[in-house]
Design a protein around this ligand. Sequence first.
Ligand code: PLP
Length: 223
Amino acid sequence: MPALEGNYKAVRDRIKEAANRSGRDPREVKIIAVSKNVSPESILAAKKLGLNDFGENRLQEALPKITALPADIKWHFVGHLQTNKVRDVLDRFSMVHSLDRMSLAQALEKESRKKDTVMPVLVQINASGEASKYGLAPEELEDFLEEVKDFSGIKVRGLMTMAPLVDNPEETRPVFARLRNLKEQINIPSLKLDYLSMGMTNDYQIAVEEGANLVRIGTAIFG
Ligand SMILES: *Cc1c(COP(=O)(O)O)cnc(C)c1O
């Protein structure tokens, strides 16, 4: 079996096991194949195996690949987004996972209203409190959502976080549990927070056990 196919199968098997361990239906978990530093040829090979959602974290790198690849691919923007790049993201991506500040919410709102579209977004939370990480502090979330809930050009669909890089993946569990609790606590009738985007190559099994339904996996799939 070629590496990519074996990798993809191994990831699906581990997601299934993790879901079963926590009494969840594995079909609730969608894999976003993070294709940064991956060639269009490899992305196409992954698509042929059944993957159709791909994640990119840099617009400059993503745009030529998006142009070269089939239009039915769903692209997810997962990196830190500068406000002056918002327009290109609206044109090409189907979800932004990294809404990490009010100025970005306002820029997305302004541009999507101009285009008369609505961009689904996830609010990025810095759940570990590391100074190096982007995202809102958990205690800032509610006020932030109260403000953006009336924006008509973006639709908040859930939360995203990145766990600290640790040797023992088990140490990430409290971070993922915190994001799940945060999502459950939010009670704003006009918002439907369906998604928890959490878990990468090192920690996706823990993230699935803790409720992730979008996992962003690069290395474990593409090598
Ligand atoms: C690179 C990246 C991933 C995937 O990381 P891997 O460890 O290669 O699985 C997920 N999310 C974000 C935001 C990334 O930048």
